[in-house]
Design a protein around this ligand. Structure first.
Ligand code: SF4
Ligand code: SF4
Length: 247
């Protein structure tokens, strides 16, 4: 008996009671292939007993409608619609603490798999990625333009003048906390934000070559443009400095 191999496959998958447009199967497959095709995928998913140990030890699962067991099951069973659905909200609940990876009897890393899903959400310009990352745009601008790391004292009126009076709400308690809990490795804006020109130019090259800037462009075009201008300026400054050394 012959029959069409595609006759039973739905071309569109979606919730019939939602306003969201259905997602084409081709797009769902492309998203899964991007997650599965990553070199890290096979190291981070070896199988899943559905035991729930990861969820039992997950701090995020205590506070949100989120379960690493559920995410791993979706990937393990290749549930394309469920994977897409989880990428709209749930994957952004993970705190990336990797307690799950330390506990999984199968040696899986649910936190690592979630990171792959997040990277794929960014690559596909998903709205969930844009809205989750939007509040961090100023932090990203500071990190990329002035240095390479966060420092506990960076949230102050001088560092974030554009935050206006709201900055004082977080500034004052942090000062007190720092006095109460002194940290021996405390970095400050003075040490963290002073990056020499050569290092800055090298960092920009790394971000370009590793696709960090492509991801940024997908998520926030304005921020991408501002950062490109800053990078061009620093590269010019570095070239001028090199020319001065030759003279
Ligand atoms: S890495 Fe994410 S999923 Fe794993 S335990 Fe931490 S918060 Fe939960
Ligand atoms: S990922 Fe590991 S800990 Fe979590 S349900 Fe599967 S086998 Fe259990």
């Amino acid at each position: 008996m012959s029959h069409s191999s595609t006759s039973r496959i739905q071309q569109y998958i979606g919730d019939p009671v939602t306003d969201q447009p259905p997602v084409e199967r081709e797009q769902l497959e492309e998203i899964f292939q991007d997650i599965q095709g990553d070199l890290r995928f096979d190291h981070e998913l070896n199988g899943c007993l559905n035991c729930g140990i990861c969820t039992a030890t997950c701090p995020a699962a205590h506070y949100y409608d989120f379960s690493p067991r559920e995410i791993v099951q979706l990937l393990w069973t290749e549930n394309l619609e469920g994977i897409h659905d989880a990428m709209q909200e749930k994957i952004w609940s993970c705190a990336q603490c990797y307690t799950c990876a330390a506990r999984c009897p199968f040696g899986n890393s649910p936190g690592g798999l979630i990171m792959l899903m997040r990277e794929t959400a960014i690559k596909h310009g998903m709205e969930s990625a844009k809205s989750v990352l939007r509040p961090f745009s100023r932090v990203m601008l500071k990190l990329i333009s002035t240095g390479n790391q966060l420092s506990p004292d960076m949230i102050n009126p001088e560092g974030f003048a554009d935050w206006g009076p709201n900055i004082s709400k977080v500034d004052a308690p942090l000062e007190l906390l720092r006095k109460a809990i002194p940290m021996p490795t405390l970095h400050t804006t003075k040490t963290a934000w002073e990056v020499n020109l050569k290092t800055s130019v090298e960092l920009y090259t790394i971000w370009e070559e590793t696709g960090v800037l492509d991801s940024l462009e997908t998520i926030d075009e304005n921020l991408f443009d501002v950062i490109c201008d800053i990078m061009d300026e620093k590269r010019d400054d570095y070239d001028d400095w090199l020319d001065e050394q030759d003279d």
